[in-house]
Design a protein around this ligand. Structure first.
Ligand code: CTP
Length: 410
């Protein structure tokens, strides 16, 4: 599988201002270039007290701009040239002082100058604050944050946790991987803006006794990729996850459950207020009819125990049969006759769309090939049927779901 280059073709101006978090910006540059972006680093004088332009040049592969009087620019207008070439300016770390400067429209150093001179419609500004918690919570800083947002800037974070000063609280810069995820999301089309999307993911675990249970091989990766793609598309996403060890995508509200019944109990109260429901969970169809309070012991028993099973609720069918259901999308993991089985499930559960995939061979993998099936038609995703990474598939599916949902509205 080829590596996904989420920022391919993007040119990012990365501004560094004074703060210990400058060390994280070195790693951020590495991640940006790995994701396919070209990065032009611009540093204020204060930033150079924390990290050298030499390091940032080595990592970005481009000479760092530190002054508006940079004679390398033929027209001597670095602030105009840099901001016209950029797809976005990201200031990370952004100090409290620098944010105050942005709010006032001051321009006495090259970075604030180019933020002011940028063509706002074509070159968005993203700001990742980094400061002590008292500085962050100060009314002056909070006023500046509001003013920056009103002026169209996007604020990334800040995070909560240990601070360089030894205190703990709000104000630390987001981690490089978090900044990257937010920037990638920023560039994705907003086809689900303001919509509420509910997703189930992973397996369920049906206990036999306190130490044993019935489960399956679902890794949850497709559901988590869909949750990330929906959040990137601008939706408010709730992810009801069975027992999996996957990181929660940024901006996604996650609820962990174990059993099918718990999954149903988590889904139903939310379902009516959702715009879209996507059921990717591999819900166990049956559970032991009785749960043993204590571990079932082998000692002295010659015969293996037998278990009576009882059927679990069908979560997708339950949501689809609500009086005003959200737009429901199912998944069908099959080992053969994909189209036939997928369409039969679509009709049985009375849902408008189902996504088929050949189950066992894709469980746990990072790529997949899908079959998009409705009552009349079907098509492969991707069109050539070649396995593709699950996030790329999830993004394509989100576009498709957004269009179909819109078309299905009376
Ligand atoms: N599903 C569900 N609740 C269940 C079983 C399935 O919400 N108790 C959902 C799955 O999340 C998926 C779809 O229904 O979106 C199809 O699931 P699948 O396990 O493939 O089908 P089943 O309905 O269980 O049928 P079968 O086991 O016969 O293939």
């Amino acid at each position: 599988m080829s590596e996904r280059l989420d920022l391919h073709g993007k040119h990012i101006v990365l501004g560094l201002t004074g703060g210990v978090a400058c060390y994280k910006s070195a790693e951020f540059v590495r991640l940006l270039t790995k994701a396919g972006a070209t990065v032009q680093v611009v540093m204020t004088e204060a930033a150079q007290a924390f990290i050298t332009p030499v390091t940032m040049q080595a990592l970005s592969g481009l000479p760092v701009v530190t002054s508006q009087w940079d004679a390398r620019e033929p027209n001597n207008m670095a602030h105009i040239n840099l901001s016209r070439e950029a797809d976005a300016i990201v200031v990370a770390p952004a100090s409290a002082d620098f944010m105050a400067k942005l709010v006032q429209g001051r321009a006495d150093d090259v970075l604030s100058l180019l933020c002011l001179a940028r063509p706002r419609a074509a070159c968005p500004l993203l700001v990742a604050p980094a400061m002590n918690r008292e500085m962050w919570s100060h009314p002056a800083t909070q006023r500046n944050v509001t003013a920056l947002e009103q002026d169209g800037a996007m604020i990334l974070g800040p995070g909560v946790g240990d601070q360089a000063c030894g205190e703990v609280g709000d104000g630390r810069m987001l981690e490089p991987a978090e900044l990257l995820e937010d920037l990638i999301a920023f560039f994705q089309p907003k086809s689900l803006q303001w919509l509420r999307v509910l997703i189930t993911a992973g397996p369920t675990f049906e206990p036999i006794d306190p130490v044993r249970g019935i489960t399956n091989h679902s890794s949850g990766k497709m559901g988590f990729a869909l949750a990330r793609a929906a959040a990137e598309a601008g939706a408010q996403v709730t992810l009801i996850a069975g027992p999996v060890h996957l990181p929660t995508p940024r901006g996604v509200q996650r609820v962990d459950v174990m059993t099918a019944q718990q999954m149903l109990d988590a889904v139903l109260p939310l379902a009516t207020s959702q715009d879209v429901f996507i059921a990717t969970a591999a819900v166990a169809d049956w559970r032991p009819a009785t749960l043993s309070q204590h571990k079932i012991k082998k000692e002295g028993k010659k015969v293996a125990p037998t278990f009576e099973l009882t059927e679990n609720p069908d979560i997708l069918a339950a949501v689809a049969s609500l009086p005003k259901p959200p737009y429901c999308v199912g998944f069908a993991a099959e080992s053969e006759n994909l189209l036939e089985h997928a369409r039969a499930k679509l009709l049985r559960k009375q849902i408008p769309l189902i996504i088929g995939n050949l189950g066992p061979s894709t469980f746990g993998r990072d790529d997949n090939a899908l079959l998009v099936v409705d009552a009349q038609a079907h098509h492969a995703l991707p069109a050539d049927g070649a396995p593709t990474d699950k996030l790329t598939l999830a993004r394509a599916l989100m576009q498709e779901i957004a269009t179909r949902r819109q078309a299905s509205k009376p």
